[in-house]
Design a protein around this ligand. Sequence first.
Ligand code: V47
Length: 223
Amino acid sequence: MIGISIATKWEYEATLEYFSIKDNERFGYPYGEYFMRTINDTELVFYSTGVRKVNGVGGNQYMISKFNLTKVIVAGTCAGIDDKFSNLDIFVPDKAVQYDCTVKEIEPFIKQSFIVDIDLSKYGNDFYTGTIGTADKAVVMWKDYLELKENKIIIADTEAGAIAYICKKNDVECIIIKGISDFPTEESNSDNFDSNIEQINIYLENTPKVMNKIFGEYLKRFI
Ligand SMILES: Nc1ncnc2c1ncn2[C@@H]1O[C@H](CCC(=O)c2cccc(C(=O)O)c2)[C@@H](O)[C@H]1O
């Protein structure tokens, strides 16, 4: 069975809507809820984990163990970092890094032991790829955005790098399919708080669009 890991309630609600899931098909588990679907003769379990690294890892470890998963696909939204790209562009990263695991003042910003390489060779190359950076904090502040950009991170989120890391420990393949929901903006142009609210509103507006694009145009290629 393949697991489809979804972080937020908004991403999961868009998923329920996309697959027309009825109430009696939804089951609870300690990190959120799940439902099953068969697509192209492959059994899939879609589950919400909650946000940030602890929930992402806990939910996925639970599901890997409960359903003996052979592959995990992390589906969801992310921040855009490389400004060549736009909102709603979809990525399948070939590298996932946790960038908040070092003392950056005295250690490298990214340490080799927190990088997971993802072999995408069997899936062709008809998609955007690159490095996704994961940390427990959302990328909102302009200085955080600039630091990620300097370190060649293309997109950023708050779960995927940690999920890829624990999949590797379980010897389970991990594919990350993420769409850009928002870009940080320079807060000096406006009030910090207003700028943050604006980014959250853009995230909320784009979340169903990203999820529909992932399920409609990308999922089948990776199962
Ligand atoms: N900018 C982001 N940075 C990191 N991850 C992002 C970003 N955007 C989307 N994600 C992904 O979506 C989810 C939730 C998004 C989220 O928390 C968020 C989004 C926008 C603004 C704020 C804020 O506080 O102002 C918080 C996370 O689970 C993560 O996997």
